[in-house]
Design a protein around this ligand. Structure first.
Ligand code: GDP
Length: 612
């Protein structure tokens, strides 16, 4: 087996190159910036690497006049950071969140690292046989000695080949795979690309290649449906080469294995080659530390309550452990493996269904074991707050942001996804963009294709910190929503020249942002009341959209704007809240304004960079 190992390679060689360093941090758009309780305007500018004058301008737009050396507090600073692509985080909160994130790594002792099984995802075009392949492998090759066990669909399973185990994720397709990656988590080690030999490379095959490449994943190609008389494996190999995936016969080092998922032929060879790639990838884990890993699936069982399938990535998970996964915590009451057997502990790469979470964690959530329930609960609560804050501030990563990062030397690559109306335009734009030359950064086109922007494009952009450019083509509504949720910028163009010009300007650092004003919510004032030290507050009913603390807002009386400022406080009953949606009443305070009157309209708005 080892003799073959020199054949293995990652598809990313010379293509994608740089994996997103900070995908985890960027997941929801803005980068986090830790700020002290008070700081000067100049200091804030320095921390964000922007001109303090721009900070002053932004404060002015929010209705606050401040001098460069003026000391401002955290809350005020936090109202301007989003405009520069940052989410402000108070020092004390940052320290505990960072500590929690670090805990996974701190527990790992390099000297104790041992080899772990590979985790494999099956990708490919619809109907090319992904599900059949997963079923065939599951049914014919469940762990030796356990034949007769009843396989359980828990979201992943293991097969054994020549004494070694391989973990397969049960949800095939690049959407599921990239959705987890977009949450900042890496689960998969190897991709199996299924291509039907009678159908050849199809649009989703190309998407799958690009998604695997963007994740820097090694690929092994399963050329499926070889039992069919119409099978043309050579055509498949040629087509793959046209997309940069060079099989051996084409002078490359990607392994292609002919199989028939239906007739269960060629599967041994496929498994053998997966193990070759695993060996080359040197997959390691520490089994002796408290467990951490990823939730890959969750469901509510009517009798048992929340069930979650997890993959341990480091350490050993044991019954009785306290765990936190995103905003959810729990104590492991029981664990069941992919053959329905109860297990007491599991190590890395072994999929297990856990019983004992307080509610449903989400696929892609990282989990880790904590010292006790109290700690798990506290961390979960902290994550609830964090994700609420992130949603409030989900700003798109824009072309201008990437430009700023290129200027500061933080990144050397501008990752793009290109969608156009016709193959001719795709090629024209792609070749012009790839010719753009800049000493500071290069253009990396992660995926280019025809047809409207779909959700999988958005997830890929989110997972890889890329910008989506469209030419003469629309955006699917679901993709539009995903872009908003994930903080992905989609720039639409109808002149090729303008695309090239904007990207060139971004590379050179001279792109000027353009803004538009977007109304986020409207509320009608029903009563004015005294709010103690803060002066007067407005009791309002939110009629449309939402009001968010910290956003810019205007007070409108009889159709005229009488004040422009910022929502400085939001209260529901006795509680300070971050956001109030349409249909609810709340108390609103605005910095620098007291003169509320019944019937006033408060309009929350934000400046958004407008798409080209
Ligand atoms: P998926 O959409 O990629 O998951 O594809 P499926 O596994 O659902 O397979 C699509 C169709 O192709 C089904 O009718 C399968 O029975 C058939 N199929 C899958 N693998 C093979 C194969 O190796 N040979 C033949 N002849 N048909 C296959």
């Amino acid at each position: 087996m080892t003799t073959k190992s020199n054949r293995a390679s990652t598809v990313a060689d010379g293509a994608s190159g740089q994996a997103p360093k900070n995908a985890a941090a960027r997941k929801t758009g803005p980068r986090e910036i830790v700020l002290p309780p008070t700081l000067t305007v100049k200091h804030l500018g320095d921390l964000m690497k922007v001109n303090p004058i721009d900070v002053i301008k932004q404060l002015m737009r929010n209705g606050v006049m401040a001098a460069i050396n003026q000391v401002i507090d955290f809350d005020l600073a936090a109202t301007v950071t989003p405009a520069f692509g940052y989410k402000a985080m108070p020092e004390e909160r940052a320290s505990s969140a960072v500590a929690a994130a670090r805990q996974d790594l701190d527990n790992v002792d390099e000297s104790r690292l041992t080899t772990r099984s590979p985790v494999v995802t099956i990708l490919g075009h619809v109907d090319h046989g992904k599900t059949t392949l997963l079923d065939t492998m599951r049914n014919s090759r469940i762990t030796a000695g356990e034949v007769g066990g009843i396989t359980q669909h828990i979201g992943a399973y293991q097969v054994e080949y020549k004494g070694q185990k391989i973990t397969f994720l049960d949800t095939p397709g690049h959407e599921a795979f990239t959705a987890i990656r977009a949450r900042g988590t890496r689960v998969t080690d190897i991709a199996v690309l299924v291509v039907a030999a009678d159908d050849g490379v199809m649009p989703q095959t190309v998407e799958a290649i690009d998604h695997a490449r963007a994740a820097n994943l090694p690929i092994v190609v399963a050329i499926n449906k070889m039992d069919k008389p119409e099978a043309e494996p050579d055509t498949v190999k040629r087509q793959l080469s046209e997309h940069g995936l060079l099989l051996e016969e084409w002078g490359g080092d990607v392994i292609g294995v002919p199989v028939s998922a239906k007739n269960n032929t060629g599967i041994d060879d496929l498994l053998e080659n997966i193990l070759v790639l695993a060996e080359v990838s040197e997959l390691k884990a520490d089994v002796d530390c408290p467990a951490s890993g990823v939730v890959i699936e969750s469901q509510l069982d009517r009798n048992k309550g929340p069930l979650a399938t997890v993959l341990v990535q480091n350490g050993t998970l044991k019954v009785g452990n306290s765990v936190v996964a995103g905003a959810v915590w729990g104590r492991v009451r029981a664990m069941v493996d992919d053959l329905g057997r109860r297990v007491k502990e599991v190590g890395p790469s072994v999929p297990t269904e856990i019983l004992g979470f307080s509610s449903l964690p989400q696929a892609g959530d990282r989990f880790h074991v904590t010292s006790d329930d109290r700690k798990a609960r506290a961390l979960a609560e902290e994550n609830v707050q964090k994700s609420a804050d992130e949603q409030n501030l989900a700003l798109a990563l824009t072309l201008e942001d990437v430009m700023t990062r290129i200027n500061s030397g933080e990144v050397k690559e501008l990752s793009l996804i290109l969608k156009a109306d016709a193959q001719g335009s795709v090629e024209a734009v792609r070749s012009s963009l790839e010719r753009l030359d800049s000493p500071s950064a290069r253009v990396n086109i992660l995926h280019a294709g025809t047809g409207s922007v779909n959700e999988s494009d958005v997830l890929l952009a989110s997972a890889s910190n890329a910008i989506i450019l469209t030419f003469n083509i629309g955006v699917e509504p679901s993709a539009e929503q995903a872009a908003e949720r994930e903080g992905v910028e989609i720039r639409s163009y109808d002149i090729i020249y303008q695309i090239i010009e904007d990207v060139e300007k971004a590379l050179k650092g001279i792109l000027e942002p353009t803004y538009k004003d977007v109304v986020q919510g409207r509320a009608t004032l029903r009563a004015v009341f005294s709010a103690g030290k803060a002066g007067k507050a407005a009791g309002v009913m939110v009629d449309e959209g939402r009001l968010t603390r910290g956003v810019a807002a205007r007070v409108i009386r009889d159709g005229e704007v009488i004040f422009e400022g910022t929502i400085s406080s939001l209260r529901r009953f006795k509680d300070d809240v971050n956001e109030v949606n349409a249909g609810f009443e709340c108390g609103v305070g605005m910095s620098g304004f007291q003169d509320f009157q019944e019937g006033d309209v408060i309009e929350a708005h934000r400046r958004e960079r407008s798409r080209a």
